[in-house]
Write a new protein. Structure first.
Length: 740
């Protein structure tokens, strides 16, 4: 696992995550801890959580942690931690040891889970139960009698106190009934009359107003007393002042609503069972996690509702918690739901309160975390994580290095953590690279650079380093992660290449000079050849013309034919010389680069062809907007040759057609083309098409020097393009070219 992935994963967890070494020194806290406490990472690593514990919990929690860490077994404890705003909240602390192959504890991984809301909810529930017990014991009872037949009413002293009248007060029956509210007096009178006449007992709860105007609630019961003959001689009963009970009930209803709201709002599942293991309450999250409706579960025996849990670790833990009256916490896999649960069971006077979390994903993430941690450890690249701040001249403090760091540098993880990159950076690193790294880090930007480090043994290593910032959930940058690769061998190869390049440059300069001299000699030779060949050709042409002019009448028809052939040969030889000089010149001439309007050039060439042969029927279609970047004179020569060939090889068509345009290839590059419906050629001889003096038609059929397409190929290649053709005999030809 990369450190960035580890950091993002722990920061995404709802719990505080911390790590410490076996000697008790802290090595890591996630962003949840920093946000909760308001401390910096440096303060947290130095002091941990000891100074944040509630004074009443400090001694107990410290002893428990010391015992747990000394035993090298997973442990957990509850105590209060002070938040950044000064408020203490209950936390469930858990720690799990990490052992090496020799079963030695190397470090501890722990979490803090905020259980304050659950604590408060449990306390409210306990208070509710206590209030019920208190309300059941508190009873202010006052007796009364009504003697018949004169209906004389007598109150006990307690009854007088209930009605705020002095002891011994003797009201009339009408006065007694008058303490009830007006809307209830008729009901009370009817019940008393029924009891006096028929012996019908009664019981009711109604409000009354005392003599001092105080509103109270009374629970009233009444019954008839008969003599030996069965005659009703007296009514007797009692008033119980239940005002406090009524008030308590109102408070209890409010507290119950508040408690239920709290329990329904937490993300943990929660349920209550009584001492007979009957389910008395479940919250909404418990329904969702257990995938059963609460109305189907309430009133059922826990082990009957979940028979798969009977006889398992769950039942043993629950019974042990009730028996020993202590909290039980454990993780268990519940097969029917294919789910891992983190369970906390709290004994109560009424039974057991249980809250639980679905930790299936968390366990999967922990497994992935262990896998990624192993992967990071086995990476061949060096991984270093540093604090984002503070940042001094030697760099930020290191908080993590992987195994590759130890292998390459020779420094141990303990030597590296807490130090800065200055531990290994060598002065040989180019100052500009260091300035670039610092500038990027100052602006919280990723950067790649090449640096030099020294191993612990003094060996020099070149590293390619990628540094990137890591942000927390709040968006604030908290760390830097650096991935470093050994490029020492590559740097050595680069130096060798530079050395070879230097030698090569010297050779190129020498060879360039030699080629320049050779080109100059070739140019002189070409001009010399041109002059030496043109002179005799001009002489031959001139004398043949004079002969025809002076003695033409004396020359036979066969002689005239020979003189014509001489003239044609002289012209063809002149064209060849001119073509060769042009081809040689193209190989030496400096290429210009500018915007070239190919459509305009093609139209001008087409117009020239029409003026030379106005009698021909030729349809020339030229696409608008054809343009390229290159040498205008050389690209004009390309179109001159291609259009000239198209014009020439369509001469035998009654209606010739020539198309000039462009299209896009699969990569979006522009391909120019010149197509005609002329004589065409056999593609079996296409490899000869662009060679010097190569012709696919006899001069008798179509005149030419065989240099035009060679010129086209030379120009296109000098423009870093390519040229090719497609054709069939008597079906026209298409020539394509690109300009690089």
């Amino acid at each position: 696992m990369s450190d960035l992935q580890f950091r993002l994963l722990t920061d995404a967890m709802p719990q505080i995550v911390w790590m410490m070494q076996a000697d008790g020194s802290y090595t890591y806290f996630n962003q949840k801890w920093l946000d909760y406490t308001g401390l910096s990472m440096e303060e947290s690593l130095v002091h941990g959580w000891t100074r944040l514990m509630h004074p009443d919990d400090s001694l107990r929690a410290s002893r428990f942690w010391a015992q747990g860490l000394a035993s090298s077994e997973a442990c957990e404890v509850e105590y209060r931690l002070r938040r950044a705003d000064g408020v203490y909240r209950w936390m469930l602390g858990r720690a799990v040891p990490h052992v090496d192959t020799a079963s030695r504890t190397t470090q501890w991984l722990g979490t803090f889970t905020d259980i304050d809301d659950l604590k408060q909810a449990t306390a409210l529930l306990e208070k509710d139960l206590v209030m019920n017990r208190i309300a059941g014991r508190v009873a202010r009872l006052g007796g009364w009698t009504i003697d018949l037949p004169d209906r004389t009413l007598t109150w006990s002293d307690e009854n007088c106190l209930i009605h705020d009248v002095p002891p011994g007060y003797v009201p009339t029956l009408e006065e007694g009934i008058g303490y009830f509210l007006p809307e209830d007096r008729a009901t009370v009178s009817r019940l008393v009359d029924a009891c006096a006449q028929h012996g019908t007992p009664y019981e009711f709860v109604l409000p009354k107003m005392t003599a001092k105007g105080r509103r109270i609630w009374v629970h009233s019961i009444g019954e008839a007393v008969r003599d030996a003959d069965g005659k009703i001689v007296r009514l007797q009963g009692a008033f119980q002042d239940i005002s406090e009970q009524k008030q308590a009930e109102a408070r209890m209803l409010a507290l119950e609503a508040q408690l239920i709201t709290t329990l329904e709002s937490i993300t943990d599942g929660f349920f209550l069972v009584d001492k007979d293991w009957t389910l008395t309450y479940l919250n909404g999250p418990a329904e969702r996690m257990l995938k059963q409706r609460r109305e189907d579960l309430l009133g059922q025996n826990l082990w009957q509702a979940f028979p798969e849990a009977a006889g398992t670790r769950v039942e043993r833990k629950f019974h042990l918690a009730v028996k020993e009256q202590r909290t039980s916490r454990f993780e268990v896999f519940y097969q029917p739901l294919d789910t891992w649960f983190d369970v906390h069971a709290y004994p109560t006077e009424a039974g057991l309160a249980v809250y639980f979390q679905d930790i299936t994903q968390r366990r999967a993430e922990q497994a992935q975390l262990r896998l990624l941690e192993t992967a990071v450890s086995r990476l061949n690249d060096i991984v270093v994580i540093m604090e984002a701040e503070p940042f001094d001249e030697s760099g930020p403090r290191i908080v993590f290095v992987n195994d590759a760091f130890e292998r390459y540098t020779g420094y141990s993880r303990e030597e590296a953590i807490g130090s800065t990159p200055g531990l290994v950076w060598a002065p040989k690193t180019h100052r500009g690279e260091l300035d670039r790294i610092r500038a990027a880090m100052k602006n919280w930007q990723a950067v790649r650079a090449e640096i030099v480090i020294h191993t612990k043994a003094g060996q020099e290593l070149w590293l390619e380093i990628d540094i990137a910032p890591i942000a927390g959930e709040s968006g604030r940058f908290t760390h830097w992660v650096a991935v470093e690769r050994d490029i020492t061998e590559r740097r050595q190869q680069q130096q060798e290449i530079l050395s070879l390049n230097s030698e090569l440059e010297e050779r190129v300069l020498l060879r360039t000079g030699q080629l320049a001299a050779a080109n100059k000699e070739l140019e002189s030779f070409a001009h010399s050849v041109s002059h030496d060949l043109r002179s005799p050709l001009n002489t031959i042409h001139g004398f043949s013309q004079l002969l025809m002019k002076g003695d033409g009448n004396n020359v036979s028809e066969k002689g005239k034919h020979y003189l014509d052939r001489i003239g044609v040969g002289v012209k063809q030889m002149g064209d060849l010389i001119e073509g060769l000089l042009t081809l040689a010149h193209l190989s030496r001439e400096q290429i210009k680069s500018e915007h070239v309007d190919l459509s305009a050039i093609a139209r001008r060439i087409g117009q020239d062809c029409r003026e030379r042969e106005p009698q021909r029927q030729v349809q020339v279609q030229i696409q608008d907007g054809l343009s390229a970047q290159g040498d205008p004179r050389l690209l004009s020569a390309v179109l001159q040759n291609l259009l000239g060939n198209a014009w020439k090889f369509t001469a035998r068509q009654p209606l010739a057609r020539i198309d000039v345009g462009s299209e896009l290839d699969a990569d979006g590059a522009t391909i120019f083309f010149v197509k005609d419906n002329g004589a065409g050629f056999d593609m079996a001889f296409a490899h000869k098409l662009f060679g010097t003096f190569e012709r696919l038609h006899s001069p008798g059929d179509f005149p030419g020097t065989g240099i035009g397409l060679a010129t086209v190929k030379r120009v296109i290649e000098r423009h870093r393009g390519r040229v090719w053709a497609e054709s069939r005999p008597n079906e026209g030809a298409a020539f394509y070219f690109t300009v690089g």
